[in-house]
Write a protein that binds this ligand. Structure first.
Ligand code: ADP
Ligand code: MG
Length: 650
């Protein structure tokens, strides 16, 4: 079954070369029970590790069932260790804080053949631990632990068992029991290769190979061997086909469960590294929410202005009240407004506008506020549909009617919040009838949009301020794409009407102001979220740090898993899953914290915050990517460890 020739293995210890194996040739047939004996340091373990495919020789040939295994890939070796071989070590090498049953089931995870844990169950029955299955391994005696290790070696029905000083750490009674188990296994058809320095232990075997200083001293049948009723020999099973199935999911869940367990074993450390991710994710969620809120607030304010608006006003060429040159002061009139309405295309609304401050008086209550004279179009252009009463009619404009609309602030101050429609109010000592209450527009900064009163523009011009010109004309255009065109047409029309250069008037496009403001808020929120992303990356580095520590700390465990048949990919996914679990928890907590911070900002700092589902998905995506990205390096480091060096690591 096994055939090796001329195996050599040399260790370099500083200046000294240690020839652990110096030309070993031997072959072992199926069903044999071989003991390798020799003094400590003679090379027994080295030989066993090479025979067990845990280590590679420097030179020599090695065949198993006629197959040259020296050319095997890492994964093929792992599969062989998993299916064909079972290992029993002197130090038991069981996973701590893990039940006997799960320890035994470990090789099944890596076998991928869908065998269930009932095999592990049966194996524990076989080694006489039926009543200790759910005990953690640290609650078992040395002899019991070694039985668990034997059960684990048997679980994938191997054809070869390697045991390196299996009784070395046991008292004589347990040692005797373990050797009985070994003999029974041999009797059931298993091939056993046992390494020991103890002649009594070796006497259980049928053949004894003695080595000294890396060379075979003698190789002979054991005259004291007990009689063994030979049963049929075991055959290696075919490797199960991999593929995605329910089983894959179940194995995945086992991996997740294992990683949660190992993270739970280091609660403080796990919590601290999840904290980094949590802060990062919370920062992203909160800043995105605040940024969106700021954007929404700006948009809201802008929508109060109305859309597609142009504001036409005379160009200011003078400073500090000095009269303009040649006395040709360009002033806008209501006729200009009328001409624009009639002659310029794409115009949907026009309002001449005049404003100033007045003293309002009701009974003995006084209130001074801004009064604006407007045309009826103003109602829909600026969305000023009255919440009570109605807006001006053309009739009232033509007759310069003594009517007004009030904002909620003067209504509160002068009427105590009661419905003022139909009541009288004095403005600059003339009496007006209130016909409506303006909708609430809120405030921005220092400006209270509700502290306002409207009168017909004609009334404001003639009766209130006594002038025949208007301050500006507001024009609404049907669609954004027609704004530029309309703007040019209006300027041309005015130049013609006033016989001046077209530079006498200027037009402001409110959409452009709107764009400028919202792009500023966009830059702000971009800045905030990039700072938040830096926090996330820092959190990721924290995870990587912890994972690297964890890999170093668990080197022996990694070695054991590899010895039991874990491939590089299995180890890699184990550590990646751990990194992912940390960042997942961190991400969840971060979403909660970020949301809380956002609401706190809304509640106590009076900010507008807008949470979107996108930012939640984004935070989750981010933390997953961070987990994978920063987990890959430690995971690869773990996956590349050599099994036997890892097992020796202290
Ligand atoms: P045994 O199991 O028979 O006690 P080993 O096979 O463990 O002996 O070791 C054989 C020789 O190789 C010893 O001299 C030991 O010091 C040396 N050796 C074993 N492993 C290493 C190693 N990783 N590095 C250096 N020397 C080693
Ligand atoms: Mg040894």
């Amino acid at each position: 079954m096994i055939k090796v020739e001329n195996l050599r293995k040399t260790y370099q210890m500083g200046e000294v070369e240690v020839r652990a194996l110096d030309g070993v040739s031997l072959s072992v047939e199926r069903g044999e029970y071989v003991a390798i004996i020799g003094a400590s340091g003679s090379g027994k373990s080295t030989l066993m590790h090479i025979l067990g495919l845990l280590d590679v020789p420097d030179s020599g040939t090695f065949e198993i069932d006629g197959t040259d295994v020296t050319k095997f890939s890492e994964n093929q070796l792992a599969a062989f260790r998993n299916r064909v071989m079972g290992f029993v070590f002197q130090q038991f090498n069981l996973l701590k804080r893990t039940s006997a049953l799960e320890n035994v089931g470990l090789p099944l995870i890596y076998a991928r053949n869908g065998k269930k844990t009932d095999i592990a169950d049966k194996m524990l029955d076989l080694v006489g631990l039926a009543n200790r299955k759910s005990h953690h391994t640290n609650e078992l005696s040395g002899g019991q632990q070694q039985r668990v290790a034997i059960a684990r070696a048997l679980v994938n029905s191997p054809s070869l068992i390697f045991a390196d000083e299996p009784t070395g750490n046991l008292d004589s009674k347990s040692a005797k029991e373990i050797m009985e188990v070994m003999s029974e296994l041999h009797a059931s058809g298993l091939t056993i290769i046992l390494v020991t320095h103890d002649a009594d232990v070796a006497n259980h075997a049928q053949r004894i190979i003695e080595i000294r200083d890396g060379k075979i001293l003698s190789d002979a049948p054991n005259p004291h061997a007990p009689e063994v009723p030979q049963v049929e020999t075991r055959e290696v099973e075919e490797e199960g086909k991999g593929g995605f199935s329910l089983r894959t999911i179940r194995e995945g869940l086992v991996l997740v469960k294992q990683s949660i367990r190992s993270l739970a074993a280091n609660k403080v450390r796990t919590a601290l590294s999840a904290l980094g991710i949590m802060i990062g994710v919370a920062a992203v969620i909160a800043t995105v929410a605040v940024g969106n809120g700021a954007k929404a607030a700006v948009e809201d304010q802008m929508s109060r202005l109305g859309s597609n608006l142009l504001m036409l006003m005379p160009q200011r060429r003078s400073r500090g009240g000095v009269a303009q040159a040649q006395g040709t002061v360009s002033r806008l009139s209501r006729d200009d407004a009328q001409a624009i309405r009639e002659e310029v295309g794409h115009v949907v609304g026009v309002s001449s506008t005049v404003d100033g401050n007045v003293q309002l008086k009701v009974g003995n209550l006084n209130w001074s506020c801004r009064v604006t004279g407007v045309d009826p179009d103003y109602e829909f252009m600026r969305s000023y549909e009255p919440q009570l009463g109605r807006f001006f009619t053309d009739e009232e404009i033509n007759s310069k009617a003594m009517v007004c609309l009030l904002g909620v602030t003067p209504v509160r101050e002068l009427f105590g919040g009661e419905n003022p429609v139909g009541k009288k109010v004095k403005m600059n000592r003339r009496t007006y009838t209130v016909i409506g209450v303006l909708p609430e527009k809120g405030s921005s900064g220092f400006q209270d949009y509700d502290d306002a009163a409207f009168v017909p523009v004609t009334t404001a011009m003639r009766r209130m301020f006594g002038r025949d010109y208007v301050e500006r004309i507001e024009i609404q255009i049907d669609a954004p794409e027609n704004m530029d065109r309309a703007q040019m047409d209006i300027l041309a029309l005015l130049a013609q009407r006033h016989r001046t250069a077209s530079g006498s008037f200027e037009i402001r496009n409110l959409a452009e102001i709107q764009d400028a403001v919202s792009s500023t808020s966009r830059v702000m929120s971009l800045l905030l979220s990039s700072i938040a992303s830096i926090a996330l990356v820092v959190g990721g580095i924290g995870i990587m740090n912890i994972m690297l520590v964890s890999v170093t700390e668990r080197t022996r465990e990694i070695g054991l898993r590899k010895a039991l048949g874990a491939r590089g990919g299995d180890i890699m996914s184990q550590f990646l899953i751990e990194a992912l679990v940390i960042s997942f928890f961190g991400g969840c907590l971060g979403i909660a914290l970020g949301t809380a911070v956002g609401y706190a900002a809304e509640r106590f700092a009076n900010m507008t915050v807008v949470f979107t589902q996108d930012s939640i998905y984004m935070a989750f995506g981010f933390s997953a990517i961070i987990g994978i990205l920063f987990g890959i390096w430690p995971a690869r480091k773990a996956a590349r460890l050599n099994p036997i060096e890892a097992l020796r690591y202290e």
